[in-house]
Design a protein around this ligand. Structure first.
Ligand SMILES: [Zn+2]
Length: 392
């Protein structure tokens, strides 16, 4: 019953929104640092489900608004929400029913492969990762095919095939087949009005010694995180202690390490993401400590957002279980900010629960920090070993 009432309210709400929307069309562009689209207005403690990050100056059409968001129309059948702070009005922008695509170039340089799609406007897009077979799929909204050719050069080494579909009249889908099962990340941006999908290749040498690994200690400064149930210890302090042990263990293995923080610094998620973007790590491990309202809940968990990045988190979870931690789980589709970037594989490790007395005792123990660091390194090495299969 409750459900039906909620559903009806929702319907009425949506109709009201659509009606106000009719008189309120507004064209503009994305602006600011890391603008992103959300699917809906749902809220959990980490915010609404993110659809995609967008480049700046991408054309969007506002059809309605809430207090903090604009509802934007991506294509005839697709809508999303954009923070008002990520929008600037552009009265010169015209939005025709669709834009035509032009020819493509698939190529590579010494580091990356690129798929470049020529467009007449910076249109919104979203992407997803597929596995078995491994593919990157990018939908460009408001675009209709007029593509006459796709030039594919041998300098592109990770891309096996590139082609398109037109699943809807104004949704143009770019499909990129990868040579390796493992996704190593990709970035999407505009160069003038060309949409560029830059793809990271699987490193030819998968020895951990050749890796640049980013380690993120959760929280810090005025963001204290969770507190210990019986001792009131602060999460931010213990994430840093564990992260430093991880830094040591990785360096002992010969890897290059980048730390997002080494002191008790305040760092926003955006600052961390921007920092990581500049550093271009091969992959990221973020360290946090969990907390639950139920003090019986304990154990280790690892998190990923995109399916192509799952293996790293799965190997780390499995490795962590070897030191006797309870398996809280390997958790997908997670809306944590540092699981958001598509640029490199990333994994959040919630080492144990500060809200559980037994786990809290472990968290207090410096020997446990060392053991956790060694198990994470072991998980990473197992993961790298699993990536070795090359396909033709
Ligand atoms: Zn945390």
């Amino acid at each position: 019953m409750v459900r039906i009432v909620t559903f009806l309210c929702l319907l009425t709400g949506l109709t009201a929104m659509a009606q106000t929307g009719q008189n309120n069309l507004l064209a503009g562009r994305t602006t600011g640092i890391q603008p992103f689209l959300e699917y809906g207005l749902g809220e959990d403690r980490l915010g609404g489900a993110k659809m995609t990050f967008l480049d700046t100056n991408v054309l969007v059409r506002v059809v309605d608004s809430t207090i903090i968001n604009y509802k934007v129309q991506l294509s005839k059948n697709h809508f999303a929400y954009l923070a008002k702070t990520s929008f600037k009005k552009d009265s010169s922008a015209k939005i025709p029913p669709y834009y035509l695509t032009n020819s493509w170039l698939v190529s590579g340089d010494d580091k990356y492969d690129y798929v470049t799609v020529t467009l007449d406007e910076k249109l919104p897009y979203r992407s997803l990762q597929q596995i078995n077979p491994s593919r990157i799929v990018v939908d460009i909204f408001g675009a209709t095919s007029n593509t006459n050719w796709i030039t594919q050069r041998t300098s592109a080494r990770e891309i096996k095939n590139t082609y398109y579909e037109q699943p809807e009249d104004d949704v143009f889908r770019v499909i990129i087949e990868l040579r390796h099962d493992q996704h190593w990340g990709y970035s999407i941006y505009y160069q003038e009005k060309k949409l560029v999908i830059r793809i990271k290749r699987q490193p030819t040498d998968l020895d951990i010694k050749k890796m640049k690994i980013a380690v993120d200690a959760g929280h810090g400064g005025d963001n204290e995180g969770a507190t210990g149930v019986s001792t009131r210890i602060q999460e931010k302090k213990y994430t840093l202690l564990i992260a430093k042990q991880l830094e040591n263990a990785l360096e002992e293995s010969g890897a290059a390490v980048f730390m997002t923080r080494t002191k008790d610094t305040s760092l926003s998620m955006l600052e961390r993401i921007e920092m990581l973007k500049k550093e271009e790590p091969d992959f990221l491990v973020s360290i946090h400590l969990n907390s639950s309202a139920k003090d019986s809940i304990r154990g280790v968990s690892t998190y990923y957002r995109y399916i192509g990045f799952r293996p790293l988190s799965k190997y780390i979870e499995e490795s962590m279980l070897e030191i006797g931690l309870t398996d809280f789980g390997n958790i997908g589709s997670f809306n944590f900010s540092l699981n958001g970037p598509t640029d490199y594989p990333n994994c959040l490790v919630e080492v144990a629960f500060l809200s559980n007395r037994e786990d809290e005792q472990l968290i207090l123990d410096p020997e446990f920090h060392k053991a956790v660091a060694l198990q994470i390194v072991k998980g990473i090495k197992e993961w790298l070993k699993s990536c070795k299969k090359d396909k033709d």
